[in-house]
Design a protein around this ligand. Structure first.
Ligand SMILES: N=CN[C@@H](CCC(=O)O)C(=O)O
Ligand SMILES: [Zn+2]
Length: 395
């Protein structure tokens, strides 16, 4: 049992029926369901009681959190953790003006193909441990740095050892060796690659980006997504990252759970996301804009319009080699005009919704004890103390 919780952020509203977290003012934290001086009882990994510290029942073990804040563990609904090598020099070049266009993905593909299973497993394990150490309790992991039948299936098999939220991203880019055979590569993705990968994946994703010569057009993306849906996978889309494009409309049309990035949106894109708010979440990844020196997505415009918004890291070797949800929350507050409560909601309930999960992202009796604790009295400190390691998981 945990007692002496200074601020218990439950996010306990029903994720299926909730409207997007829209704060009435910067100080509004009513949607977070905050209790003060709280206690909770955990048994066999589940929460069995929530109440005031003063009313806490007897328990075998009693841990006094001395006024710390407890939140739902963060849900990181977008990551690419199965890779070897890094692209620090590409990052440094961007800081002095180079543009990102997805071409560096081929560098990570080479390094990942050359790595042994053991090496990849160790790297993913290390990254998941880093995430947990910063308060993340659920992570989605994509393939996408193999881009052959065997290498994509291998990436997903390894990812499955760490999470049930695995995503087939054979359509990440056209690999360098297939550059002049785009059609043949798409056929490979929707044929033997999908067949080998589907047993290890819950989701399929595509980098739909006509602004990159390496990524996929609207027609190619539709072909891949429809084939994946027919194979029983649920859909997600990388869209509208590098410029205006068809990603959002395609995601909404196909009923994808999430369209991720949403950096460049037309009014029609926002309208489509409002109409689809119960089905399709806009997942914002501000670590990418930080790491590519790009304009941030307009989170205020989306939230004020009524779009369902989530936050995730997009941890990958190219556009954001950070797996820190507290960093993302700080960026969302400082750079995207989200209130601290909106950012916490989007990183927990919102991100759970982007994974079509109602069982995580909140603290409720009967739910899993997926908890984050802060070495601080309130969730405001996540952005206020940016860069300070105040968050960890509590189990
Ligand atoms: N946009 C496509 N995929 C990743 C970047 C991958 C890379 O550059 O290695 C992203 O989400 O930003
Ligand atoms: Zn991504």
């Amino acid at each position: 049992m945990f007692v002496g919780i200074g601020e218990l952020v439950t996010c306990d509203l029903d994720a299926a029926s909730d409207a997007p977290a829209r704060a009435a003012s910067a100080a509004d934290d009513t949607r977070l369901g905050i209790r003060r001086d709280a206690a909770l009882v955990v048994q066999d990994g589940r929460i069995t009681w929530i109440g005031d510290s003063a009313d806490a029942p007897a328990a075998d073990r009693r841990i006094n959190l001395e006024g710390r804040a407890v939140l739902p563990g963060f849900v990181d609904s977008h990551s690419h953790l199965v890779f070897d090598g890094d692209r620090a020099e590409e990052f440094a070049a961007r800081m002095t003006g180079e543009r990102y266009d997805g071409g560096g993905i081929g560098v990570s593909v080479d390094a990942t193909r050359a790595a042994s299973d053991e090496r990849l497993r160790e790297l993913v394990g290390r990254r998941v441990a880093e995430m947990r150490a910063q308060g993340t309790t659920t992570v989605e992991i994509k393939s996408g740095y193999g881009l052959t039948v065997e290498d994509e299936a291998r990436a997903l098999r390894i990812a499955r050892e760490f999470t049930t939220e695995t995503t087939f991203l054979g359509a990440h880019v056209v690999p360098p060796e297939a550059r002049d055979e785009r059609t043949a590569y798409v056929e490979l993705v929707i044929g033997p690659m999908l067949e080998a990968c589907a047993p290890h994946a819950k989701w399929a994703d595509v980098f739909c980006e006509p602004n990159s010569p390496h990524a996929f057009t609207e027609d190619e993306s539709r072909t891949v997504l429809e084939a994946a849906r027919d194979a029983g996978l649920q859909l997600r889309v990388h869209g509208n990252q590098l410029g205006h494009g068809p990603g959002v409309q395609l995601a909404v049309e196909l009923g994808a759970a999430s369209v991720d990035h949403c950096t460049f949106l037309s009014d029609a894109d926002v309208d489509a996301l409002v109409q689809a708010a119960n089905t399709t979440t806009a997942t914002l990844l501000p670590g990418v804009e930080f790491s590519t020196r790009s304009p941030y997505p307009d989170a205020r415009r989306l939230i004020d319009a009524g779009v369902s918004v989530a936050l995730a890291t997009d941890c990958n070797p190219g556009t954001c080699y950070s797996d820190s949800m507290p960093f993302v929350i700080a960026l969302a507050v400082r750079e995207m005009g989200m209130t601290p409560s909106e950012a916490v909601w989007a990183a927990t309930r919102g991100s759970a919704k982007a994974l079509r999960r109602n069982d995580i992202g909140g603290i409720v009796v009967g739910g899993p004890a997926d908890l984050a604790v802060l070495d601080a009295p309130s969730h405001l400190h996540l952005a206020y103390r940016a860069g300070v390691p105040i968050a960890r998981t509590l189990s």
